[in-house]
Design a binder for this molecule. Structure first.
Ligand SMILES: [Fe+2]
Ligand SMILES: [Fe+2]
Length: 274
């Protein structure tokens, strides 16, 4: 197998980030940003659990396991650490650990090897969907951020997520060569994961931020929907729809003319849905 792109250690470190230069006044009162950054730090920092799950699922595939353990997992955890430190710098009164402990307890039961894709090939395609989602999300945060240091952190994370996509895509191609799956089957798996992207982890992460931030208040699905609608307003302006759709379609290996026809059509549809 060829070398995985970007497999030569992290390109940046939490210690490079200028936390002492944060323009606190630009963000400290923006509650939605507090919730988004804190919830993201919870999800990312739990990555050693996802990395273990994936490592179990791909047991015996030495290349994939080495990349997951030494490149992908540590980078995802670093995303969590960088965001956590941002939260603790800007909102020092928030008990980050208590929020995270609640999230970990709520979310761990959803995180099982049994819930991964039906085949190794399809799980690699599904991982491309997840990394498309995270790369696009952090591109949006980078461009929408009211505070420059957060924009820099989000930019570093976005670049890593693109690297993860490329890594999983390379493994996917390799599995497809050895164990081919029809375009239809891959489409169904990609669709299933696109629909799932909005599932439990985001709700539980935001809920556990709220539990600590507003003691005694109950965080409902309705509260979460209202929060999500406000984030959609950012998406309309800053979400990179075009590149997200291109990345999603890439594993389908569509013929060039069909791809040129499909991309603007899907981008238009997705924009309308958002
Ligand atoms: Fe990440
Ligand atoms: Fe990632």
């Amino acid at each position: 197998m060829q070398a995985i792109p970007g497999s030569s250690g992290p390109r940046w470190s939490v210690d490079d980030v200028a936390y002492d230069q944060i323009d606190r006044a630009a963000i400290v009162d923006q509650l939605d940003w507090f919730y988004v950054v804190t919830a993201s730090s919870f999800v990312e920092i739990l990555s050693d659990l996802y990395a273990r799950n994936l490592g179990d699922y791909y047991a015996g595939d030495e290349d994939a396991c080495a990349w997951l353990a030494h490149k992908w997992g540590p980078e995802e955890i670093q995303h969590g650490e960088a965001l956590k430190r941002y939260v603790q710098t800007v909102w020092p009164d928030f008990d980050w650990q208590r929020g995270f402990d609640g999230f970990q307890a709520d979310y761990t039961p959803y995180c099982q090897t049994a819930l991964l894709g039906p085949t190794r090939t399809l799980e690699m395609a599904a991982r491309c969907v997840v990394e498309t989602g995270t790369a696009s999300f952090y591109a949006m945060l980078r461009d929408a951020s009211p505070e420059p240091v957060l924009a820099t952190v989000a930019g570093h994370i976005r670049d890593d997520e693109i690297g993860h996509y490329k890594g999983f895509y390379r493994f996917y191609r390799d599995y497809q060569r050895r164990d081919p799956h029809s375009r239809w089957r891959v489409t169904r798996e990609i669709w299933r994961r696109v629909v799932e992207v909005d599932s439990e982890d985001a709700f539980l992460a935001v809920k556990n931020v709220s539990v600590v931030h507003k003691p005694g208040a109950v965080f409902t699905r309705e509260d979460f929907r209202a929060f999500r609608d406000r984030i959609r307003a950012w998406m309309r302006v800053h979400y990179p729809f075009q590149s997200a759709v291109k990345m999603l379609l890439k594993p389908l290996d569509l013929p060039g003319p069909l791809q040129r026809f499909a991309i603007p059509l899907i981008v238009g549809g997705v924009r309308r849905i958002v």
